[in-house]
Design a protein around this ligand. Structure first.
Ligand code: SIN
Length: 281
């Protein structure tokens, strides 16, 4: 059976059909899948029965899975984060625009997210193309932003003083471990160039970016607020409705995402693997 790629929206996103991830795949299949991933920013495959070891083995074809420095991985498979929200608990993981782990000096390149249990309605994930966002800025604004750098940190998302310490005390479905990683800072360019496609994209996000280097605080806050607003324009987005067995793969080097928190009464269980990336340039 051949692979087909069905776009989800004009800006980004595509369903890839004709791949059964649980079976051995030839190089040509991986190459076609990776091509679709580079072309569309986020791709997803439906109806994949996928135990954790198989998800990890699949991810390893695209790079080295990493262990999150703060969020606890699974016993036996520390590179896999179980993103679980039981009925009645509010979702808190990924519920704002971000690129995964941009607070690291070498932020994650690819994320693989597998849906195990999903609510009957709700719990979708939004994605936004930062290539579209960059291209839609005016020429003078792009010229102003291109040489700038910004500081990213995990602290606003993970500092127990801000978020409460229930997650560090093991009282929530997803648990965290406190370390210096919560407070470490990484500096990245505001415009990054994709290491494989060479395409430029906007690289600041509302969850982890703290300030633009060299600007006054008020200037930086106003600039970032404008850029976050711009980056979330519906024109640059697509929305993935999960089904049990959906496996998505997105490119954190040029895509932001947002886990929609609209299903309080229901359970949602996802498994996430991220791939070690490179220093943005
Ligand atoms: C994430 O932010 O990596 C998780 C997204 C989701 O649960 O939809």
């Amino acid at each position: 059976m051949g692979i087909s790629v069905v776009p989800l929206a004009g800006a980004l996103g595509a369903e890839v059909r004709g791949v059964d991830v649980s079976r051995p795949q030839g190089d040509a299949t991986f190459a076609a899948l990776y091509r679709a991933f580079l072309d569309h920013g986020v791709v997803y495959l439906r109806d994949q029965p996928l135990p954790r070891e198989a998800q990890l083995a699949f991810a390893r074809h695209f790079g080295t899975p990493e262990v999150h420095p703060i969020v606890d991985g699974m016993a036996g498979n520390p590179e896999v984060i179980r993103i679980a929200k039981p009925p009645g608990e509010r979702a808190f993981f990924g519920t704002a625009w971000h690129t995964d782990n941009s607070f690291l000096p070498k932020p994650s390149s690819i994320t693989f997210l597998y849906a195990d249990a999903v609510p009957p309605v709700g719990g979708d994930t939004l994605f936004a193309s930062m290539e579209r966002a960059w291209a839609a800025l005016s020429e003078p604004m792009r010229r102003f932003l291109a040489p700038l750098r910004a500081v990213h940190s995990a602290s606003s998302a993970y500092d127990p003083g801000v978020t409460g310490d229930a997650k560090y005390r093991g009282e929530t479905a997803i648990t965290y471990t406190l370390s210096d990683a919560v407070y470490a800072k990484a500096e990245h360019p505001v415009m990054r160039t994709h290491p494989e496609t060479g395409r430029p994209s906007l690289y600041v996000n509302a969850t982890f970016t703290q300030f633009v280097v060299g600007l006054a605080r008020a200037e930086s806050d106003a600039l970032l607020a404008m850029l976050y607003d711009h980056a979330a324009r519906p024109d640059f987005t697509c929305r993935l409705r999960w089904e049990p067995g959906t496996l998505a793969m997105w490119d954190n080097r040029c895509v932001q995402h947002y886990a929609v928190d609209d299903y309080e009464r229901f359970e949602r269980v996802m498994y996430r693997v991220t791939i070690e990336g490179e220093a943005p340039a």
